[in-house]
Design a protein around this ligand. Sequence first.
Ligand code: PSV
Ligand code: MN
Length: 414
Amino acid sequence: MVNQQAAYALLAEQLAEQGVNVETVKAALRRQQIETPSWGYANSGTRFKAFAWSGAATTTQQKLDDAAMVHKMTGIAPTVAVHIPWDKPADEDYPAMRQYAEAQGIAIGAVNPNVFQEDEYKLGSLGNPSPVIQERAIDHIIECCEIMHKLNSRVLSLWFADGTNYAGQDALRMRKCRFERGLKLVKPKLPAGGRMLIEYKFFEPAFYSTDIPDWGTAYAWSLKLGEAAQVLVDLGHHAQGVNIEQIVAFLLDENKLGGFHFNNRKYADDDLIVGSTNPYELFLIYNELVDAELNDDPALRDAARNVSYMIDQSHNIEGKLAPMIQSVLNCQEAYAKALIVPRRQLAELRWAGEVLLAHRLLTDAFRTDVRPLLAQVRAELGVPADPIAAYLASGYESRIRQERGLAATSGGFQ
Ligand code: PSV
Ligand code: MN
């Protein structure tokens, strides 16, 4: 403990020498918020096998209990995203669901419509050649806008599995037009102050063409739709080697970065623990966000403040709550490292064309051990210094194993 405090004092001193105020850094870390997904607490897997995990949530109440536990351990995960109909209450009593969440000390965040799991959506939802199926998808998304009202949610998070598997299967331009029409019909149904986040994904489940394959498509549509529409960046939805931080910088500058689905990938949409494969990439993404957050331009600061930080993970072999806590902590660490970048010095080195020195200054921040700083922030937030150890020692996991057992399926709010 004493060592930790001494290490924190030393780090604070080093930061002060570089012109970074540790109190400002800690205040930002205390304000940080990461939303967890209800579906991340239920059993999930790959198309080959979903290994059932003993204690996995099967009802929305259990998912909310688990999300509340993650918040209790970390202090920075106060909201949970829901997926409809996965979380649909049997009696449609959404106010009861909202109250249940609040009673656990959390709130409902983004509402995610699901227009991909019904048989009718075999050829797509908004892009489907059948006007009947298009209407069905539009109706479901509008229903989700109404649910947003009931849950006091301000974020509609849209992802579409739409695409084609074979050249000639459908008219690509027509699919674009159908999408634009559908999104235009949905937008006015958002609650006041509500935002519509358009998520892109370069392939899967469709293999020949995907209707929203990249951020450019989502951006073009968000421009047509106006202020309430923005782009959602899921870290697992890019081709190998894509520079995600550059996409983030561009969208921030245009005030079109709506939010993130954090996870990590190695090959495809692997849905691994955030920052587990490439923590440097996560740091570079946070670096762009902090650059906007601390910018002199108030418009850029507002754009950064509006971003929704959400996790989208489907754990298969590593458990449920502990990996979720790990993801939240990895986001916290990446943010901390981005916050300690000496930005004035960096700007001077850039102006001077000092390529190597600028690069070194940035990577020095990435290499800094911020654990003493995070322990201090956790003490100030009133949460355990080591949230994973505290969770494992809490008895929560053995209790839910006993109470819930091993279930292969997952249900909604009961
Ligand atoms: C699709 O791969 C996705 O990233 C979308 O966000 C879905 O809503 C989520 O995963 C859960 O299937
Ligand atoms: Mn996603």
